[in-house]
Design a protein around this ligand. Structure first.
Ligand code: ADP
Length: 397
């Protein structure tokens, strides 16, 4: 069974084609800069290549992806009829609590929540429509980033703004990175050989964007991102937690429009905003090691805020059995793992520092054998999770 996975962003489309009979990746690549000069398609598999195209919109982008898949050199199939199903990553699923087959009714229902993530959801809607136009007989499955968090109880997902704004506008915590959390939870249980029932986990997805989730009995009970992907620890370019009044004050002082303020909290803050140089943790650590004071401060702030949430989640879980690190930084940055766990011995966390230093992007336990809390690195694979959901849903009788 051949499954195409699409991940559409505001100006990009990433794709991966799987043969789900053996979970092999047949093709992978992506389009960037849609709608701008210099738009291009970069393939990673079966060959590495970069070609510039005129790509005014996502519809054209989908068409180019499909054409590439049947290309003799860059593709992996001879005809589009070989595609059995398509899985679409949906950033904001509103109240949807699981991946679902996209029927016209489901599509209409989901579009009611477009306003919750206007930029992402509108391009994702366009991609779904483009796939329907090009592959009218191929089933499509929506995989929602927010779905994993639908088990969060009301007292944790509600904001403390007047209740009427929740009723009127759906202002609440939705959470993100849910597909990653689902994969990492499932994989951790296999790798570490435990049954999630009765266990307490803190899963730390630390990439450019960061989400931590508190998971009890296999269900998410809280997560750091809120209505939009801004709340939580400090990120690559996003502020994370911020006193809302400070933003209103800044808007007044600098005469900022909502769009300009949104740009500051999303694209100019975090590691980039503090260091003044980069949002890339590899570069930040190099700068810090070479004596750059702002980079040193950025690392300190970053680790401090992660640690604060680990402590908070240990409190709401009333204990913790596993702390799992995943995503770009979580999988590949020993200094961050060490920095955010420093001093947590009082709650039973003992990091094996020598082991931690050696682990880059592979599954491993990095706590000492006598640590009460098992600390591990489990690389995420959101696309595989999406391909598995898609296969399960379209083959369900
Ligand atoms: P995104 O949230 O955009 O998916 P990633 O999960 O790829 O981001 O994480 C990006 C961050 O991870 C960057 O700060 C980068 O420095 C770090 N990172 C990614 N890969 C590596 C690696 N192999 N070694 C060290 N750091 C890495």
């Amino acid at each position: 069974m051949k499954v195409l996975i699409l991940n559409c962003g505001s100006s990009s489309i990433k794709y991966k084609m799987y043969d789900m009979d053996n979970k092999a990746v047949l093709a992978a690549g992506g389009i960037e800069k849609i709608g701008s000069q210099g738009a291009f398609l970069k393939t990673k598999q079966p060959v590495a290549d970069k070609t510039f195209y005129d790509i005014p919109d996502h519809d054209t982008g989908v068409e180019i992806v499909l054409r590439t898949l049947t290309d003799k050199a860059k593709g992996c199939i001879t005809s589009l009829e070989e595609i059995n199903a398509v899985g679409d990553r949906i950033v904001h699923g509103g109240p949807f609590s699981e991946s679902t087959l996209i029927t016209p009714e489901i599509f209409t229902e989901w579009k009611k929540y477009l306003a919750l993530a206007p930029v992402h959801s509108s391009v994702q809607a366009k991609c779904i429509e483009a796939v329907t136009n090009h592959l009218p007989n191929v089933p499509q499955v929506a995989i929602f980033d927010t779905a994993f968090h639908q088990t969060i109880p009301e007292h944790a997902y509600l904001s403390s703004l007047p209740y009427e704004y929740y009723e009127k506008y759906g202002i609440r915590r939705y959470g993100f990175h849910g597909t990653s959390f689902r994969y990492v939870l499932q994989r951790s249980a296999e790798f570490l050989n435990f049954n999630p029932k009765g266990k307490k986990l803190i899963i730390c997805h630390i990439g450019n964007g960061i989400s931590l989730s508190a998971v009890k009995d296999g269900q998410c009970i809280d997560t750091t991102m809120g209505m939009m992907p801004n709340e939580g620890p400090m990120m690559g370019t996003r502020t994370g937690d911020l006193d809302p009044s400070s933003l209103l004050y800044l808007m007044e002082k600098e005469h900022l429009t909502p769009d300009q303020a949104t740009d500051i909290i999303n694209k100019q803050s975090g590691l980039l905003g503090i260091s003044g140089k980069t949002n890339d943790m590899r570069e930040i650590i190099e700068l810090a090691e070479s004596g750059d004071k702002k980079a040193q401060l950025a690392v300190k702030m970053y680790n401090y805020r992660l640690k604060k949430y680990i402590g908070a989640y240990a409190a709401i879980l009333e204990g913790v059995d596993y702390i799992i690190f995943t995503a770009g930084v979580g999988e590949n940055q020993p200094p961050v793992r060490k920095g955010c766990l420093a001093g947590l011995e009082f709650m039973g966390v003992r990091l094996d520092e020598a082991k931690n230093e050696k682990i880059y992007g592979q599954e491993a336990i990095i706590s000492t054998p006598d640590s009460k809390v098992i600390v591990a690195v489990v690389p995420t694979d959101e696309e595989l999770m999406m391909a598995e959901d898609t296969t399960r849903i379209v083959t369900k009788k």
